[in-house]
Design a protein around this ligand. Structure first.
Ligand code: RIB
Length: 297
């Protein structure tokens, strides 16, 4: 069983479903409102746990009802929340999500996620020592992510960084990252080359980047320098929120199988995740994933 340590955000997703996205200044009636557990960090932790990994999470919620609900939700998924802090200094992070025709627009208010300090990571150093792989995203302070990369490096653990939401990364963070998992926009932004061709960027970083491309699947350059395409698995999407997070959680859970096989399983898990509402709603169990792989091979 792979031991995955996730350093990242925990949000309550406030989801409004509409027939179309409102234009600037327009008021629309929505069809439905629901709250779902979310946050890129928590989503990736849940994805890995459902697929059989032993998962611990380092994060921060507010001392409020959302925080308590989200933390116990992680525990119900079997995730070790010893390192999930509760702060009185900020409210639990939220994401206001508008969902229309299976597409989404998201505004994140980080709240307590931005109270996750480097000191909190230092206090949890034993979790880095115990992990097989460390997984992070960019919804917590960048200096905290950089500290996570340093601690992973110190303990000789692979560090997977999902650079979302997109921001330019320092060369030291890039150097200490084992695998970067952007989408196309995040790739050019992370590398500080907004006008560059993604194929050229991937070719320059063999074995170091897996780029996701929605329903088209994922691309990476193998150690032999050849561009590899992992096709997406065709499904009927209901809600694409969290598909990238499911891909990342699965990649970490199956890290021990090597990149091509981990990417194949991650693509299948990501596809299944969009078939139900909510970021975590459609994330598959190991049995569900294996069934899809069996059906499609
Ligand atoms: O990646 C999807 C997630 O992004 C949502 O769950 C939302 O919380 C935002 O963080």
């Amino acid at each position: 069983m792979t031991k995955v340590l996730v350093v990242g955000s925990i949000n309550m997703d406030l989801v409004v479903e509409t027939d179309s996205f409102p234009r600037l200044g327009e008021t629309l009636f929505g069809r439905r409102f629901a709250t779902y557990a979310g946050g890129k960090g928590a989503n990736q932790a849940v994805a890995a746990a459902r697929l059989g990994a032993q998962v611990a999470m380092i994060g921060c919620v507010g001392k409020d009802a959302f925080g308590a609900q989200l933390k116990s939700g992680l525990e119900a998924e079997g995730i070790d929340t010893r390192w999930v802090k509760e702060t009185a200094d900020a409210a639990t992070g939220i994401a206001a999500i508008t969902l229309s025709q299976a597409d989404n627009a998201i505004v994140v208010v980080p709240g307590a996620n931005h109270c996750l300090t480097t000191a909190a990571l230092d206090a949890a150093e034993s979790a880095f020592a115990e992990a097989d792989v460390v997984l992070a995203q960019l919804e917590v302070p960048l200096e905290t992510v950089e500290r996570a990369a340093q601690l992973a490096y110190k303990h000789g653990k692979p560090f997977i960084l999902n650079p979302a939401p997109a921001t330019a990364l320092s060369s030291s963070l890039l150097d200490s990252t084992t695998l970067l998992t952007p989408n196309e926009f995040e790739l050019t932004t992370a590398l500080g080359q907004p006008a560059a061709d993604w194929q050229i960027l991937l070719a320059a970083l063999p074995g170091k980047v897996v780029m996701t491309k929605g329903s088209d699947g994922a691309y990476f350059t193998a150690a032999n320098g050849l561009l590899q395409h992992q096709p997406g698995f065709k499904v009927t999407p209901v809600d694409t929120t969290g598909a990238g997070d499911t891909f990342n959680g699965a990649l970490a859970a199956f890290w021990h199988l090597g990149l091509p096989e981990a990417a194949r399983r991650a693509a299948a898990a990501g596809a299944l995740s969009v078939t139900k509402p909510g970021a975590q709603g459609g994330m598959p169990t190991l049995a569900e994933l294996e069934q899809l792989l069996e059906e499609r091979t």
